[in-house]
Design a protein around this ligand. Sequence first.
Ligand SMILES: Cc1ncc(C[n+]2csc(CCOP(=O)(O)OP(=O)(O)O)c2C)c(N)n1
Ligand SMILES: [Mg+2]
Length: 275
Amino acid sequence: MQTQSIQELTNIARHLRINIIKMVHNAGCGHFGGAFSSADMLTGLFFYKLNYRPDDPFWEDRDRFVLSSGHMSAGLYAALAKLGVFNEKELMGFRKFGTPLQGHPKFNLKYGIEMSTGSLGQGLSIGNGMALAARLKNKNYRVYSLETDGGSESGMVWEGIMTAAHYKLDNRCVLFDLNNVQIDGYMSDVMNIHPVADKFRAFNWHAIEIDGNDMQQICAALDEAAATKGRPTAIIGKTIMGKGVSIFENKPKYHGVAPTDEEFKTAMQELGVQS
Ligand SMILES: Cc1ncc(C[n+]2csc(CCOP(=O)(O)OP(=O)(O)O)c2C)c(N)n1
Ligand SMILES: [Mg+2]
C-alpha cells in the first residue's frame, strides 16, 4: 500500500468522520462519539500500516483487525469503504434490515469484517487466537484490535492481556482508545481503570502512550510496535470523545445517539462540508 503523508492521512480521518455522522444521522441511531475519538488511530492503522489488499479481502497473509468495541462499527465501515473494499454508497445501508453493515459487525470477509463483535471484552482474546494461528502456520501477518476504556471494564480483557504476554505474541498489537467515556458517563467516575499503560506494563506488554488524535504520533507508534520483539504492544491513545466537532467533544451524551438535524448541520459545517 502507498505511504500517505500526515496531511493526507488527517484528511482521510476527516472524511471518515463525515461518513460516520452521515451514516448515524441517516439511520436515526448508532454510536458516533467513540467512532470519532478513534477515527485517527483507525486511519493510521488502515491507511498507513495495515498490510492489506482491498481488492482481495480473503488474502491469507493479510494483517487482521478486530473491532473489539463493536458499537463503533460506523468507523470501521467508513474505513473499509474508503479503502475500496466495498462501494461507499453502501454506507447508507448502515443499520438497515438485511444489509451487511449492521449496528454491530457481523463476520463477513468479503466486506473486510474479520469478526462479529459487540459483546465487549471478547475481541482481545479473539485477536490473540488469530495471532497464535499465524505462529502455528508460520505466517508473518500481524493482528490488531481496537480496545476501549469502557470495554476494559470487562474482566476477560485482562485475561487476554495476560495470555498475549505469556505467549510473547509480538505479532499482536492493541490500539487503545482512552477517551474517558463509556455508556453511563465518564469512565473515571463509573469504574476507573487508570493508569492504563502501567497496567499493560505490569502484564509484560510494551506500552506506548500517545495523543491518539495526533497522526504523527500514531504512525510513529505503529512503527515502534511492529519493531518490538518478544512481547505484544499496546498503543494507548488518549483521545477526545466526539473529536472534530465542538458540540460533541467530551460529552458522554453522544456515546450512542443520532445527531438531531440541527446538530448534523453544525457537524457538516465544522467538518468542512459545503452545503
Ligand atoms: C459485555 C458487554 N456489556 C455491556 C455492553 C453495553 N455497552 C455497549 S457500549 C458500552 C460502553 C463501552 O465504553 P467504550 O467502549 O469506552 O465506549 P465509548 O463511549 O468510548 O464509545 C457498554 C457498556 C456490551 N456491549 N457488552
Ligand atoms: Mg470510551
